[in-house]
Design a protein around this ligand. Structure first.
Ligand code: ADP
Length: 264
């Protein structure tokens, strides 16, 4: 449950280490319900690791990640939906089958199948979700028969049908042609508003980050030891909440460079 203005998702001094390699350090963040958080940063800065922490695919080495003030257990759960750049959907299931599967996983975590009225209700819900993402005429189509854009629409429907508290997007439009990417921006922006979603999206595209986000986080290393590159991890070095005016103005020039930030 949301708790009167408190953060939906909170990172408290979170570190992620693999052996002697520090990937993330001292991450302190609070994300409120309804935010659309874009995450940018150079390759290897721990953006996907950050998403995996929220998804529950892994736990922090130190610190805490809290959802509604409760520490997240390192396991996937229907309160978090995710769309990856590719391969989010099952090739052997139709569009409807894919979305129904998402729903069954959420409603019947022990993999029990739905029957009778519950099954019909689930089917209607899945079909409505497919309609909402523009696939209302493709219920019986398999992913292999779909374009990349359609597959991503399907992946969004599969993630959203569970009504997740947080929708995670990991470079969801990175493999799409520019025109299709714009269509997807429109779709995700609309779904975010209509479903009052909380979104955390990793992207390499800084313009996309500022166009869709209400907040932009940049991950990078604040400190660097040239003799021991694994010694320090990245953290959120830049955290800006955008208002409409700032969004219209686009990204600030210091974030438009393609090189990593100078090491402090
Ligand atoms: P980004 O998404 O910003 O490109 P990642 O989160 O994928 O960065 O990776 C951050 C760093 O963590 C990389 O250097 C990567 O090699 C390392 N890393 C990620 N997962 C593991 C793992 N399971 N074991 C060791 N190193 C890992």
């Amino acid at each position: 449950m949301t708790n009167g203005g408190a953060a939906l998702l909170e990172f408290r001094d979170v570190w992620v280490e693999y052996g002697d390699k520090v990937v993330l350090e001292r991450v302190n963040l609070a994300i409120e319900a309804g935010e659309f958080v874009s995450v940018v940063g150079p390759s290897g800065a721990g953006k996907s690791t950050f998403l995996r922490l929220i998804l529950g695919q892994e736990g922090p080495s130190r610190g805490q990640v809290l959802l509604d003030d409760t520490p997240l257990r390192p396991e996937c759960s229907p309160d978090r939906g995710v769309v990856f750049q590719r391969y989010s959907v099952f090739p052997h299931l139709t569009a409807l089958g894919n979305v129904l599967f998402g729903l069954e996983c959420a409603q019947a975590p022990l993999a029990a199948r739905l029957f009778g009225g519950a099954r019909r209700k689930a089917r209607n819900e899945a079909a409505a979700m497919l309609e909402a993402v523009g696939l209302g005429h493709s219920l019986d189509v398999y992913p292999a028969q779909m374009s990349g854009g359609m597959q991503q629409r399907l992946a969004v429907a599969q993630a959203l049908v569970k009504h997740p508290r947080v929708l995670l997007l990991d470079e969801p439009f990175g493999a799409l042609d520019p025109g299709i990417r714009l269509d997807m921006h429109e779709l995700v922006g609309r779904l975010w508003q209509e479903h009052r979603l909380t979104v955390v999206m990793v992207t390499h595209d800084i313009t996309e980050a500022f166009k869709l986000g209400t907040r932009v986080l940049a991950f990078d290393k604040r400190r660097h030891d040239p003799h021991a590159p694994n010694r320090y991890g990245a953290t959120a070095t830049y955290d800006v909440k955008l208002d409409r005016k700032a969004k219209a103005a686009g990204p600030p020039p210091e974030l438009m460079r393609s090189e990593p930030a100078p090491v402090l």
